[in-house]
Write a protein that binds this ligand. Structure first.
Ligand SMILES: [Zn+2]
Length: 247
């Protein structure tokens, strides 16, 4: 989120502007800012590929459309274009599906220095251990999966009026999963599952909305063991069940 002007640019600005507007930096351009987490160096459009595309896909993973899941594969195809367009629409930007300075500028405002979205933290997504170890995937994979889920939640939070979403927990090691009686194949063991607690949105409100934000697994009221939270996660094939919510 922290945006720093590059020093040569700052020097030029200082000559002509007596009081740089610290509270409102104004429009950002790819060349004039660096972000503490990640800085894009080029405009990205359909046909592009690379790690910068993959970084973009993580940030717009919450905008695949109803029932969709955006691939985080570094290939800017039609699905990525549609997700970028929905992100732009959600934030009142020019919606052309091309990620340039305005889109990146909004992402910089939405991300913390550790690359998590401003309203969610790694600590919330892991109440099990300190290092993301002991699950069904390597620790780095579990943490990376949690990051994608957080960006999906950020999209969902914005769509529901930017009210806080309560996170009860996320990643579990096998030991943590066994301790709470979790299923043997629980997505919590992979880091992408998140249990959402009681908040203004209601459990069914969360479950219903989650269908729009890239969660292939949604379990809520009506599904055994889910009367007191809504569970959202990634998985290879869709499984939604919250019969008390009409899902
Ligand atoms: Zn769960």
């Amino acid at each position: 989120m922290r945006i720093r002007l590059l020093l040569p640019v700052l020097a030029l600005v200082a000559v002509s502007a007596a009081t740089p507007a610290a509270a409102d930096p104004g429009p950002v351009t790819a060349r004039s800012v660096t972000d503490a987490c990640y800085t894009w160096g080029r405009t990205l459009a359909q046909g592009a590929s690379g790690d910068d595309v993959r970084q973009l896909q993580i940030r717009v993973a919450g905008y695949p459309g109803y029932g969709g899941v955006l691939a985080i594969d570094g290939q800017f195809g039609p699905g990525t274009k549609a997700a970028v367009t929905r992100f732009q629409q959600a934030y009142g930007l020019g919606a052309d599906g091309i990620a340039g300075p305005a889109t990146f500028g909004r992402i910089y405002q939405l991300q913390d220095d550790d690359c998590t979205p401003v309203n969610f933290t790694y600590a919330e997504l892991n109440r099990c251990n300190a290092d993301w170890s002991g699950g069904n995937v390597p620790a780095a994979t579990a943490k990376a999966n949690a990051l994608v889920s957080m960006w999906k939640l950020q999209a969902m939070r914005h769509a529901m009026g930017d009210r806080p979403i309560v996170v009860n927990g996320g990643f579990r090691s096998v030991a943590c999963n066994n301790a709470v009686g979790g299923a043997a194949a629980s997505r919590h063991l992979y880091g992408d599952a998140v249990d959402l607690g009681a908040g203004a949105q209601g459990f069914c409100g969360l479950a219903l909305q989650a269908r729009n934000h890239g969660f292939a697994e949604i379990l809520g009221p009506g599904y055994p063991g889910h009367s007191d939270h809504t569970h959202v996660a990634n998985r290879s094939t869709r499984f939604w069940s919250a019969s008390a919510c009409g899902i």
